[in-house]
Unconditional design. Structure first.
Length: 270
């Protein structure tokens, strides 16, 4: 798979559609959001991730408005656990001045149950063309199974914190079996682990940066990283991951760094 990866590669979805192999995260991307997103789109990013508490929606909307074609950008947004999912979808789309999203997610499971009602709201949004696909975020395997039992449908995506330092082979196997794509959030460990000795050694061997190695590990695993960057140098660096390849030995060595690390405090799915 990795041999044929390019900056325009996509990951097939169970719905028959496809999503770009890498996207731009926008949590805390609140300064110059429109210009930063525009710059990212200009250099080739084709997917943007947002949520109601990121504060990036207006800037994303402005950046998309500057483009002639909305269709070439894949937009991911999320409803909150206390939202009416259908109405919230409409509200978040209004904030971005969009008529549809490509993917709407349940941001996290609600305190009670697994979000069946939220799911039904997203189903209605999908039926009305407000979103193409629907999925979840921060769900455990058990919660995904329960949601499936309750609704008869598997989510298209589970968006979770994911890096060599914190991931789960069980989750990877489960998602592969069910055809669920893992979107990797905080794929750069929010910069916390970029100085790791093994990581920097591998980066040096390839003449790359640690951030690029973390992203490439995701790409070769078939998981979809959503790195956030405000700085243009970072945006460029994070998109420059399609012209080198990690051998199996380095993929394994990176995966062996797993210690259930979470930059946010705890892996929500572990
Ligand atoms: N579903 C959820 O519950 C959930 C939770 C968390 C995050 N997310 C999504 O995932 C996205 C990414 O996660 P994240 O924002 O937590 O963290 P991240 O992408 O792992 O890290 C972002 C940090 O890394 C820095 N950075 C970016 N590129 C770099 C590079 N090449 N070298 C060194 N440092 C670099 C950024 O700096 P600058 O900004 O200064 O460039 C920023 O401080 C979010 O923005 C959001 O869209 C979803």
């Amino acid at each position: 798979m990795s041999a044929v990866l390019s900056s325009t590669s996509t990951v097939p979805l169970r719905s028959g559609r496809a999503m770009p192999v890498i996207g731009l995260g926008t949590w805390q991307l609140v300064e110059d959001t429109a210009d930063t997103v525009s710059y990212a789109l200009d250099i080739g990013y084709a997917m943007i991730d947002t949520a109601c508490d990121y504060g990036s929606q207006a800037g994303i909307g402005e950046a998309l408005e500057r483009r002639k074609r909305r269709e070439d950008v894949y937009v991911v947004a999320k409803v909150e656990e206390d939202d009416d999912a259908y109405l919230a979808t409409r509200k978040y789309l209004d904030e971005m001045k969009l008529d549809h999203a490509d993917l709407m997610l349940i941001h996290r499971p609600p305190p009670d149950g697994v979000g069946e009602q939220l799911w039904q709201g997203l189903v209605r949004a999908r039926e009305e063309g407000l979103t193409r696909d629907i999925g979840v975020s921060n769900y455990t395997i058990e919660q995904i199974r329960e949601l499936h039992d309750a609704t008869g449908e598997w989510p298209i995506v589970n968006q979770i914190e994911w890096s060599p330092f914190g991931h789960s082979l069980q989750m990877l196997d489960f998602c592969r079996e069910q055809g669920i794509v893992i979107q990797a959030y905080s794929p750069l460990t929010r910069s916390e682990r970029l100085r790791d000795e093994l990581l920097t050694a591998i980066a040096q061997r390839h003449g790359r940066t640690p951030a690029q190695i973390l992203l490439r590990w995701n790409l070769q695993l078939g998981t979809v990283p959503l790195p956030k960057a405000n700085r243009r140098k970072h945006l460029e660096e994070n998109f420059g991951v399609f012209d080198f390849e990690l051998p199996d030995s380095e993929m394994k060595a990176l995966s062996a760094l797993n210690e259930q690390y979470s930059a946010l405090g705890m892996l929500a799915y572990a």
